[in-house]
Design a protein around this ligand. Structure first.
Ligand code: SAH
Length: 227
């Protein structure tokens, strides 16, 4: 899989994509993530990428031309399954969307900045818009890193034990059961006996029961999705 991220602040994406599970997946060759500076196609000697907003509102808007040229260049090199604009008014990111995107071959994540991008890009080039929540951030870079991380960990081989992605919260509309590690007792705080029993059937039953209980208590809306 290949993910191209288009931004005017590429530095913001350096660190989140080079470590941990995403960094390892890149090293293993499971995914290629390319970050492109839209400024490369900026206009004039100052490589301008934004301009004043028509209608006189305060704030700058990312111009059509640099984004258009950058996307056209990439499209001339390969086919893209989706050109996704990160936007607070897009579809809310979910595990379902991450699962769906993890099956794609090539996707573009377009990051807005300032007041957003010229709407013509959204009308004519973008195929999908994704939000990471009902709040406004300064740019689409952190949302793009969130989307990329949620996708990459689902690519087979990205996690050392593949089953651990399957037991993550939301994967089956249930929250994850509690997890513990050694020591079995600390400060008098004990790990539940069943996890020390060595009986896989009992352990699985306990985990399923806990997942259901936690979902009922914390996110009952997830359960009603099934009815
Ligand atoms: N004026 C716009 C917000 C611009 S914020 C509005 O009110 O809708 C600047 C950029 O940050 C956006 O273009 C978008 O790419 C990104 N962004 C901000 N919040 C986001 C969110 N919750 N999800 C995804 N992208 C977001």
């Amino acid at each position: 899989m290949r993910i191209d991220i288009l931004t005017v602040v590429p530095e913001l994406l350096d660190s989140p994509l080079s470590h941990s599970i995403v960094g390892r997946a890149i090293k293993k060759g499971l995914v290629e993530i390319q970050v492109h500076n839209i400024r490369k196609y900026g206009l004039g000697p100052h490589r301008q990428v934004d301009d004043y907003c028509y209608g006189g509102d305060a704030g700058m808007v990312m111009m059509v031309e640099p984004v258009f040229k950058m996307i056209e260049k990439l499209k001339s090199e390969r086919n893209y399954d989706e050109i996704i604009y990160m936007s607070p008014d897009g579809e809310l990111l979910s595990q379902g969307i991450a699962n769906e995107l993890s099956l794609k071959e090539n996707i573009i994540l377009l990051c807005g900045h300032y007041k957003g991008i010229d709407h013509r890009i959204r009308e004519h080039l973008v195929t999908r818009e994704i939000s990471i929540g009902d709040y406004v951030l300064s740019g689409g870079e952190i949302p793009a890193a969130v989307v990329a991380d949620s996708i990459v960990r689902l690519i087979p081989g990205a996690l050392t034990d593949e089953t651990s992605a399957l037991s993550d919260s939301f994967q089956d509309d249930l929250l994850s059961p509690p997890v513990y590690t050694r020591p079995a007792e600390y400060n008098g705080w004990k790990v539940p006996d069943v996890l020390l029993s060595g009986n896989p059937k009992l352990i699985r039953e306990w985990q399923e029961e806990q997942a259901l209980e936690r979902t009922k208590e914390l996110r009952p809306n997830l359960l009603s999705k099934n009815f």
